[in-house]
Design a protein around this ligand. Structure first.
Ligand SMILES: C[S@@+](CC[C@H](N)C(=O)[O-])C[C@H]1O[C@@H](n2cnc3c(N)ncnc32)[C@H](O)[C@@H]1O
Length: 236
């Protein structure tokens, strides 16, 4: 029997073991993570929530094994993923839920902030975004991060992973924008040509350091051509 796309994605993540990846790929993944940390933690909306974190309800939707725990640990955060394997690898005891983003097990209007990082590529885009919007409070924000289909960098990270996925563009977000769910801002980030992969790890790290420091400048020059997009949406 042919497996559905969702079953294939689930199988993949149930067996996902990043420790087996080659060094250069781990370094590239760390580069993306560090950029996301920097962009979100410096963002005005995020900073405004950080003033009284215990009262802020956050959902890390598709949290994996908790790469972004340090960003959300001071809030009242729920960590959701549909892979039990990854939730088990995520070394916290409480507030973990195994469920699908396409059918979130929450009432409407609960969360102040939702992070959805590299998840929409694997799911029904519209259905998932609608669910995120449904569980957000009025004036709540969601940060969506996706692999950008308009990137000038012709090397997408998921190629190595052999997993069903769709790249997503700015126009996909424009298409789902509505009166009650508006794009607050959208930009691309991560500019690193795959050519650099050939360098040994210490040199690659040095190169990445330069790109890390200059990502914002490159982004304002190359606009929506980076390998990833971050889109912040507000529920009205
Ligand atoms: C690329 S990983 C990203 C994990 C984490 N957000 C991060 O950035 O480190 C994609 C995650 O999406 C999860 N995922 C895929 N489809 C999902 C679905 N329908 N519902 C919930 N999570 C899903 C996977 O299990 C996996 O943890």
């Amino acid at each position: 029997m042919n497996k559905s796309k969702s079953d294939k994605v689930k199988d993949f993540y149930e067996n996902w073991d990043v420790s087996k990846y080659p060094d250069y790929l781990k370094v590239l993944m760390e580069f993306e993570e560090n950029l996301i940390f920097k962009i979100i933690s410096k963002d005005d909306f995020f900073k405004s929530l950080s003033k009284s974190p215990k009262n802020i309800k956050v959902l890390d939707c598709g949290c994996g094994f908790g790469s972004f725990y340090d960003l959300t640990k001071d809030f009242d955060t729920i960590y959701l993923d549909f892979s039990l394997n990854l939730l088990r690898k995520f070394k916290i005891e409480k507030n973990k839920i195994c469920a699908s983003i396409e059918n979130l097990p929450f009432k409407d209007g609960i969360f102040d902030l939702i992070l959805c990082i590299n998840v929409l590529e694997h799911v029904d885009f519209k259905k998932a975004v609608f669910e995120v919007k449904r569980v957000l409070k009025t004036n709540g924000r969601a940060y969506f991060i996706v692999v950008n289909s308009d990137s000038i960098i012709n090397d997408e990270i998921f190629v190595e992973w052999k997993i069903p996925h769709n790249l997503i563009s700015k126009s996909d977000f424009n298409d789902i924008e509505s009166e009650d769910f508006k794009i607050d801002y959208i930009k691309s980030f991560y500019f690193l040509h795959p050519f650099f992969k050939v360098f040994p790890k210490p040199i690659l790290k040095g190169i990445i350091n330069l790109f890390f420091k200059n990502d914002e400048k490159i982004s304002s020059f190359l606009k929506f051509k980076g390998q990833f997009l971050i889109c912040r949406m507000v529920k009205k």
